[in-house]
Design a protein around this ligand. Structure first.
Ligand SMILES: Cc1ncc(COP(=O)(O)O)c(C=O)c1O
Length: 395
């Protein structure tokens, strides 16, 4: 391998890290300790709670950021034509998905912000936004602006999740439900929706004029042999918006750069476009990532395959009562601990004893998620091994 994904980088103490996931001295660190029932987060903690990788990003991105820093003036900045062209180039070469540079709308405050922008642009207060449960948490985008989250449970067949089309039809038939947020690949279940599934979802949504917002921030992270289809490539642009980002793929979430892809003229007209300004660092990083870093992403996926293979083996060997399926895309593992028959509090206590920080299932499904945990497998192999040794000891 050309790139070193085994290196352990100290994100907890390095003065320039500012990591939300690792630092204890941030407001988030304190909140996290409280939520997990610790007075203080343990020094030997291992962090798997956030979709934020512990690998240094591609050297080509760091180089672009250094050159930007060396320029020495950080005035108001707007993306050049090369920015939109870089986005088009990536999706054309990686996915055979072609769209015009004018279809790219930059959001420089991250994906949550562009999602909230879409909700505000295309729905009214009181309208419903459908999400497939369990789901990455869109509450914070939907509820503060007076919309209602309309959850549709997916069908869970021993850890393999599929869409409940009858439930989706019912939800789409409710006149207030104006939009659905899909996630491709799906977080937290790791499903990659097939062409057939996307076509069925599209047909149901279009029958009721429900706008499809496809959150594709994990689209580049896929298991070997999996082909991830962009939803707009399958359905065409009418009534469809795609939210894309370099954040997950290239481990640059702190730069908060996202892009909406919108080709439908009616949707473009209604979109609150704001001003296309961003930090010079964000602009530089996106151009470098999308034009120079494909080999890094390929190696990253190989490394993630190894981590996930290892984790699946350890679950089978050391935690055989956990129900889990190998994710098809993303680096998240959605693990159901209910097979152990522990009360919710007992499960919390056992996991707390491991000093492994993971995502609580209720964040993804308030009603049914209590016995689930989400692991983001985004750390060097040595830390993943250590985490499974600790889990094996307590289960
Ligand atoms: C599916 C999905 N969408 C959006 C986000 C948030 O992205 P951003 O940091 O760009 O707001 C995440 C972060 O984990 C995610 O998993």
């Amino acid at each position: 391998m050309k790139y070193d994904f085994d290196a352990v980088v100290d994100r907890a103490h390095d003065p320039y890290s500012y990591s939300m996931k690792w630092r204890t001295d941030s407001s988030i660190g304190k909140l996290m300790a409280e939520m997990l029932g610790y007075d203080e987060l343990p020094e030997d903690r291992l962090c798997f709670q956030t979709a934020d990788m512990d690998f240094k990003c591609a050297p080509e991105i760091t180089e672009a950021l250094i050159k930007t820093a060396e320029h020495g003036i950080f005035g108001y900045s707007a993306p050049p034509a090369a920015y939109n062209e870089a986005v088009c180039h990536w999706f054309s070469t990686r996915f055979g998905w072609n769209f015009a540079p004018e279809s790219v709308f930059l959001g420089a405050a991250g994906t949550h912000e562009v999602i909230a922008t879409c909700i505000k642009s295309y729905t009214e207060p009181g309208d419903g936004i459908i999400v497939l449960l369990p789901s990455y948490n869109y509450h914070m985008d939907i509820e503060p602006i007076g919309r209602v989250m309309a959850g549709v449970q997916m069908i869970n067949d021993r850890g393999y999740y599929t869409v409940d089309y009858e439930a989706l039809k019912k939800a789409c038939a409710v006149p207030e439900n104006k939009m659905i947020i899909l996630i491709q690949p799906h977080n937290p279940t790791g499903r990659v929706f097939t062409e057939e599934e996307i076509l069925k979802i599209g047909e149901i949504c279009r029958r009721h004029d429900v706008i499809i917002l496809s959150d594709e921030v994990h689209i580049d992270i896929a298991r070997k042999g999996m082909k991830v289809l962009p939803v707009m490539k399958v359905l065409g642009p009418k009534g469809v918006i795609s939210a894309t980002a370099v954040n997950k793929t290239f481990n640059v979430a702190g730069l908060a750069m996202s892009n909406l892809i919108v080709e439908d003229p009616q949707l473009i007209e209604k979109l609150d476009k704001g001003l296309p300004i961003a930090t010079p660092f964000g602009i530089s990083a996106v151009i470098a990532a999308y034009t120079k870093c494909a080999p890094w992403v390929d190696e990253l996926n190989e490394y993630l395959d190894r981590l996930i293979d290892y984790a699946m083996e350890r679950f089978a060997k050391d935690l055989p009562k956990v129900t889990i399926t190998r994710p098809e895309g993303t680096y998240v593992l959605w693990a159901d601990f209910s097979g152990y028959g522990l009360s919710d509090d007992e499960l919390d206590e056992r996991l707390k004893a491991t000093h492994i920080i993971i995502g609580d299932g209720v964040m993804f499904d308030a009603e049914n998620g209590r016995q689930f945990r989400r692991f983001c497998l985004t750390s060097p192999m040595s830390q993943v091994k250590e985490a499974f040794d600790r889990l094996a000891r307590v289960f």
